[in-house]
Ligand binder design. Structure first.
Ligand SMILES: Nc1ncnc2c1ncn2[C@@H]1O[C@H](COP(=O)(O)OP(=O)(O)O)[C@@H](O)[C@H]1O
Ligand SMILES: [Mg+2]
Length: 287
């Protein structure tokens, strides 16, 4: 059986919709018959359990601290997504060895068509590992200028660790007077994978502890997530033989790289803002 594709859902900013995207792409892929795992690698600010009807006794924290196997930490949710959530308490946080995420992903890869890694905000070894380990990185951003600037840094960071950026998803599109998603994607010099509208049904779905593609498949946001999932299936339709590194790689410099990327000038000449986040947003094409 061909190994699955490992995709990191990344983005430097919190609250842009990384977790929402990981869970909804996961559910949409499963709806389409794909075997999907979603791994929550937001170790300090875990909240996948808040989005789903699960109450796990074993989490990725136990796996990464060596006290549980990967399969013990799997919670299956409709429509057949295997979720490996993180622990919402910080009790086990210090015991965790983030480097052991590499063998965890290696163990999951042959069992699934898609392994999605929901990552943390910020720039730290915890966010760098998945960028490097994944076959591809999908960055999630809102179309707001501050978020786009941070997204530029995430792409820069992924490039520095030899990650492969597949493209960007703009979430909560259609609000304010942000530039259109295709212009923002070309500013970021990356592929536009989709734009998910700001949709009140997303919060309703979350209140119901269900992905919106399950709770309200007819909603605009669900349609957008499903269409992105279809593109992912299409892109990997060749038997899923995309080769990932699967290796541990050299992460000894992870901390240094994180600092360098933090300091990196995102080259934001092309993003002129007079008044963030909405009013007076001016976007000037670079080059
Ligand atoms: N398309 C959307 N429309 C409306 N609300 C959204 C949308 N996407 C995400 N949200 C809301 O934004 C908040 C942050 O989303 P989340 O996925 O937790 O972001 P992150 O993982 O990047 O921190 C959540 O309360 C979520 O319900
Ligand atoms: Mg999150």
């Amino acid at each position: 059986m061909a190994d699955g594709v490992v995709i990191a859902i990344a983005g430097a900013k919190g609250g842009v919709g990384k977790t929402t995207t990981a869970l909804n792409l996961g559910a949409a892929l499963a709806n389409a018959g794909e075997r999907v795992a979603v791994v929550e690698l937001d170790l300090a600010m875990a909240n996948v359990v808040d989005f789903l009807k699960i109450d796990p006794q074993t989490t990725i924290h136990d796996v990464l601290s060596g006290t549980a196997t990967v399969s013990q930490a799997v919670s299956r949710v409709p429509p057949g997504v295997d979720v490996i959530p993180a622990d919402t308490s910080l009790d086990d946080f210090n015991a965790v060895n983030v480097a052991t995420i590499a063998p965890v992903i290696r163990a999951l890869r042959p069992k699934y068509d898609f392994v999605l890694i929901d990552t943390a905000a910020g720039v730290s070894p915890e966010t760098i590992y998945p960028l490097r380990l994944a076959d591809e990185v999908i960055v999630v951003s809102t179309p707001r200028v501050a978020a786009v600037r941070d997204t530029k840094k995430t792409i820069e960071l992924a490039n520095r660790v030899n990650g492969t950026v597949a493209g960007v998803i703009f979430n909560r599109s259609g609000t304010g007077n942000a530039p259109p998603p295709d212009r923002l994607a070309s500013f970021l010099d990356t592929e536009l994978l989709g734009a998910v509208p700001d949709d009140p049904a997303v919060a309703d779905a979350q209140d119901r502890s269900e992905p919106i593609v399950i709770y309200r498949p007819d909603s605009p946001a669900a349609a957008a997530f499903s269409s992105i999932a279809d593109s992912l299936i299409f892109a990997h339709d060749d038997g899923g033989d995309v080769m990932g590194t699967g290796g541990v790689g050299d992460f000894t410099r992870a901390e240094q790289i994180a600092k360098a990327a933090e300091a990196a000038d995102p080259g934001d000449e092309a993003l002129k803002t007079s008044d963030e986040p909405d009013d007076g947003f001016r976007f000037v094409d670079s080059g």
